[in-house]
Design a protein around this ligand. Structure first.
Ligand code: APR
Length: 244
């Protein structure tokens, strides 16, 4: 009996390293954001409760720097968009980045597990809205009218990442898992390579990073170098020959 053949899915986990060559700093490299700013001061719910102005100002500034005219998708973002367009099966980008560079490059299936720039959430009624306005401790929710309960819709330390169910589903049906430009320090993303291998021991797993990461041993293949130089030829290889 004939059955339609659907090639195995591809999941691409991306981190700050893929956007570094677009001009956005990473978090843990020697010039990374967390070497200059304390996580506990800006990226926890406790920080927001303690000093809303400080946290909101930080994210207002972040949004402006991400929107600068020179911040554009690079060759690695574009190669992943091409992979999605040309591969016969499903390609999903699971990104920890809040920047819109995957979408700007043309990727359609993008899950922002740590939230995305340009969205705000009301802590009183839970409504998420698209907004590019600066937030202040006096900002009013357009839905429930609460004052001072608006925050960026970004996942802070200690909070549940977004799209978890969808991510579990795509991980469970993938045959190729790539991790690009992520240090493997932050869970649950750092655990995805193991999740893929447990569910599908034959899945191929590839780390593409500037240097070996903390969980490098969990990957079957390693490609080191700047993402703009490593990702485009890797994508061409997969499109031409697959990964067996
Ligand atoms: N090409 C490829 N990899 C690069 C490049 C580059 N041009 N530049 C840096 N890298 C690598 C670094 O070697 C490092 O391993 O990218 C990785 C970036 O790691 P982190 O700064 O830890 O960023 P990320 O893994 O995305 O952090 C995860 O931590 O604070 C949070 O919420 C934040 O989403 C973020 C999460």
């Amino acid at each position: 009996m004939h059955q339609d053949f659907m090639p195995p899915g591809i999941v691409v986990l991306t981190g700050a390293g893929i956007s570094k060559e677009s001009g956005i700093d990473t978090f843990r490299d020697k010039d990374g954001l967390w070497t200059r700013v304390n996580v506990e001061d800006v990226a926890t719910i406790e920080a927001w409760r303690r000093d809303k102005k400080r946290v909101l100002d930080f994210y207002n500034d972040t949004r402006k720097s991400l929107r600068a005219a020179h911040i554009l998708p690079n060759a690695a973002h574009k190669a992943l968009a091409k992979l999605e367009q040309k591969y016969d099966g499903e390609v999903t980008v699971v990104t920890q980045n809040i920047d819109p560079l995957h979408e700007m490059a043309g990727s359609k299936r993008v899950l922002h597990m740590h939230g995305r720039d340009g969205e705000i959430r009301c802590m009183n009624c839970g409504t998420v809205t698209a907004s590019d306005e600066d937030l202040t401790p006096q900002s009013i929710c357009s839905h429930c009218k609460a004052v001072g309960d608006l925050r960026p819709n970004i996942v802070w330390f200690g909070e549940m990442p977004q799209h978890m169910d969808e991510i579990d589903e795509v991980l469970d049906r993938c045959g190729l898992f790539l991790a690009i430009g992520t240090s493997g320090e932050v869970y649950p993303a750092a655990g995805y390579v193991l999740q893929v291998r447990r569910h599908n021991p034959r899945a191929h797993t590839v780390e593409l990073n500037l240097e070996p990461t903390g969980n490098t041993n969990l990957f079957r293949e390693h490609i080191y170098g700047p993402a703009t130089l490593t990702v485009p030829p890797f994508v061409d290889r997969v499109l031409a020959y697959g990964w067996k």
